[in-house]
Design a binder for this molecule. Structure first.
Ligand SMILES: *Cc1c(COP(=O)(O)O)cnc(C)c1O
Length: 368
């Protein structure tokens, strides 16, 4: 077997991200999609995910083909019945995407958009739940990858629980990298995907759900392929069976990625590494004159948005190309209210990489 080709660059993007050679190597075998060996791996993954998300019993997980958005859409169309109404707390592109999905699926939906730079307004949430009994579900993004904002999923969850509504959290870019417990955060559905903090490759997403809530959703889905209830039933009854062709190689790589998460010391230790990466990154960037978009108390250890340098000669493309020549790929901005670029620090990225990145940034500042 020929060795794995070397990566041309390190991805500082929030998924797909840089994975270990051993995760990539796990894909170098062909797997049958209905074979017992394969289904056992799927069951193992489902159990591990449930264990990572909740310590209390009563939770289950479902894997879904496609990128993360497919799992968000599967979750929404299955969780919210025609008689329901969704309240979305949005403060970035991913929160707004939840509302766009609801609109496409014909789900009644209202949006509290606090703008990209502010956290959701919990007083407004409380007032809405108090006055509108038709709101059945509340959805929010945990780490809003647009800005790197970490939303207060716990305090929001307490309010949603107080009013006895169902709580959906898009924890796509935080699950596996930030410790969280669905039970104490009152989360009914948590959505994430293979290629974020678990450090797998893209190809499927997953939903971890409170089983007693998921059990009530039969027949809700407006989509056949995205029916989370049917997918769950097939996985439960077939012990690891998917309804349609599954991304076998990706699943194999993900199983390996979960082993490596465990070997690293679990989510707490991964959180420590990401946090150290992030602290170093922000400190060095600030020394070089870059300004983070958000105040420190709002920021996640996953991805950081920086204001574009206020200099007529600065151009993102040029900066990006210079960094890429030095083997680092960063991310353009996605905020409407400010001109930004973003640097992610999740994936198989360590202190030495962050040091080399800081050197690369320093030598790519061409506009001064
Ligand atoms: C990555 C991400 C998604 C899903 O994006 P895909 O491109 O569909 O994988 C959804 N929400 C958040 C917060 C994300 O970071």
């Amino acid at each position: 077997m020929s060795p794995l080709p070397e990566n041309p660059y390190i991805l500082l993007t929030p998924g797909p991200l840089s994975t270990t050679p051993s995760v990539k190597a796990a894909m170098l075998r062909d797997w049958c999609t209905w074979d017992d060996d394969y289904n056992r791996i799927v069951e193992h993954i489902r159990n591990r995910l449930t264990g990572l998300a909740a310590t209390a019993p009563g939770y289950t997980s479902v894997l879904m083909q496609g990128s993360g958005t497919f799992s968000v859409e599967a979750c929404l169309t299955t969780a919210v019945p025609d008689s329901g109404k969704l309240l979305v707390l949005a403060n970035g592109a991913y929160g707004r995407r939840i509302a766009a999905i609801a609109q496409r699926q014909g789900i009644a939906c209202i949006v509290h958009d606090s703008g990209d730079l502010a956290r959701p307004d919990t007083a407004r949430l409380t007032a809405a739940l108090e006055t509108d009994p038709s709101i059945s579900h509340v959805a929010v993004v945990h780490c809003e990858t647009t800005t790197g904002m970490l939303n207060p999923v716990g305090p929001i969850g307490r309010i949603v629980r107080e009013f006895n509504r169902t709580y959906i959290v898009d924890a796509m870019s935080s699950f596996g990298g930030i410790p969280m417990d669905m039970d104490s955060l009152h989360i009914d559905y948590l959505v994430s995907s293979a290629n974020k903090c678990i450090q797998g490759v893209p190809g499927f997403g997953f939903v971890i759900a409170k089983q007693s809530v998921l059990e009530q959703t039969e027949g809700n889905s407006r989509s056949l392929s995205l029916d989370l209830f049917d997918q769950w039933q097939t996985m439960e009854k077939g012990r690891g069976k998917w309804r349609f062709t599954s991304p076998t190689h990706v699943v194999r790589a993900f199983a390996r990625a979960l082993e490596e998460l465990e070997a690293e010391g679990g989510v707490d230790k991964r959180f420590d590494r990401y946090s150290a990466n992030n602290r170093y990154l922000v400190t060095r960037m600030e020394e070089m004159g870059f300004i983070p978009l958000l105040p420190e108390r709002f920021r996640s250890p996953v991805i950081t948005a920086f204001l574009s340098p206020d200099h007529p000669a600065y151009e993102f493309r040029e900066f990006y190309t210079r960094l890429k020549e030095k083997k680092f790929v960063i991310y353009p901005g996605k905020v409407t209210e400010a001109d930004t670029f973003r640097i992610g620090n999740i994936g198989d990225i360590h202190a030495r990489d962050m040091e080399r990145l800081a050197e690369a940034v320093s030598s790519s500042i061409y506009w001064e």
